[in-house]
Structure formats: C-alpha cells, structure tokens
Design a protein around this ligand. Structure first.
Ligand code: FNR
Length: 194
C-alpha cells in the first residue's frame, strides 16, 4: 500500500488510551508497508472556535492543520468517548479545520481538506464498550464533510489492560482488528485516488 496514512487521537492527555492506540495503529500500519504520520493535536495551538476569531484571521496552526489533513488521502481517528459522544477537542479541531480561511488562495472552501478522504474510526475506553458510542456521532459528522467512512471499525474496551509498557496491543485479536481497519482504509484510499 502506498497511500499516505494520517493518524490522530481526540485526546491530548499524557497517558491517553486513544493516543496509545494511535501509536499502536501506526506501528501496525508501518508493518503493513504503509507510510504513516501520527499527528499530535497538542502540537497545534488552536483556540475554542469563535467566528469573530475567524474573521480576524484564522490562526496559523489551523492553516497548518488543514494542510496536514489535505496532504493525506487516508486517515484513522482514535476517538475517546465523553458522555456517549466524541470529545470537544475533536469537534473544535474539525470545526476549525472545516472553516474557510479569509484571503487564503487554497482554503476559501473550508471543507476542501475533508472531501474525499477515506477515514477509519477507532476508539478506546476503560469501559466495556470501548468508546463505541463516540463513533456513532463522529461518523455522521465526517460523512457530512464528504469523507468516506471505512465500513470496518474497532472499539477497544478495557483499555487500561490492553497495552504493554511499550504501548503494544497485548492481544493478537486486537491487533488483527486494527490491521483490518488499516487495510480497508488504505485499500479504499488507493482506489479513490486512482
Ligand atoms: C468519560 N469517560 C467515558 N467513557 C466511556 O466509555 N463512555 C462515556 O460516556 C464516558 N464519558 C466521559 C465523560 C467525561 C467528561 C470524561 C472526562 C470521561 C471516560 C473516558 O473513556 C476515559 O477518561 C478515557 O481515558 C478518555 O480517553 P483518553 O484520554 O484515555 O484517550
């Protein structure tokens, strides 16, 4: 597979299970021959969205984020579940990244960095359902932005005992589920780009 895969988590917590899952997924995808970038949302200084801020001039880090999203045809998002949905961080990031950038030659159309992307959804939670309910909200959000969702997804339950100290997923069954999503995302992204 030669599609460039972007992976990011909807949590910036130091010990975030979803960040761990993002890095474990990157390792699995690299083993599968993919070229992978893990994006840390903590590396982007993005305020809470307000249209007045947008009118004053989109923050430079939002433009940088839009470019990173635009440059990768295939994404995997590792989404935590807060109150049965995805995190405010993820919503705020996506809202900014889908807004137009005043005066910018490429980003007059805000959703351009989303349209046609193939996205795989993963989630992790210490709970039994693995954050699955976050995906039932995140999916329609992404579809609304004209992303193509991979039919396969995976929710990692009991995340507190799923990783070893090096961040590897302990269970082969979990690694297989992640690999299946990776394979499907890359497969579809290559065909959509053709
Ligand atoms: C949670 N958590 C949680 N877990 C879950 O499985 N379903 C839920 O609805 C919620 N709701 C929820 C709300 C709020 C406000 C917080 C802070 C947490 C627990 C959550 O899964 C846990 O904190 C994870 O560790 C968060 O993901 P990261 O940061 O480990 O990636």
């Amino acid at each position: 597979p030669n599609a460039q895969l972007l992976i990011f988590a909807g949590s910036t917590r130091q010990q975030s299970f979803n960040r761990k899952l993002a890095h474990a997924t990157a390792a699995i995808a690299r083993d599968a021959g993919a070229s992978v970038t893990v994006l840390e949302l903590s590396d982007f200084d993005i305020p809470l969205y307000n249209a007045d801020l947008e009118a004053e001039g989109t923050p430079a880090d939002v433009v940088r984020l839009k470019q990173a999203l635009f440059d990768h045809p295939a994404w995997i998002i590792c989404s935590p579940e807060y109150n049965g949905s995805y995190t405010a961080l993820l919503k705020n990031t996506i809202d900014w990244a889908s807004s137009p950038v005043k005066g910018h030659p490429e980003w007059q159309d805000g959703t351009r960095s989303f349209r046609g992307k193939v996205v795989g959804m993963l989630s992790a939670s210490p709970g039994a359902l693995g954050g699955l309910r976050s995906q039932s909200h995140l999916g329609p959000l992404l579809t609304n932005l004209e992303c193509w969702l991979a039919p396969k997804a995976f929710a990692l339950g009991s995340a507190g005992s799923a990783f070893d100290e090096s961040g590897t997923l302990v269970q082969q069954a979990h690694r297989d589920r992640v690999r299946a999503v990776v394979d499907q995302v890359l497969w579809a992204a290559e065909r959509l780009q053709a």
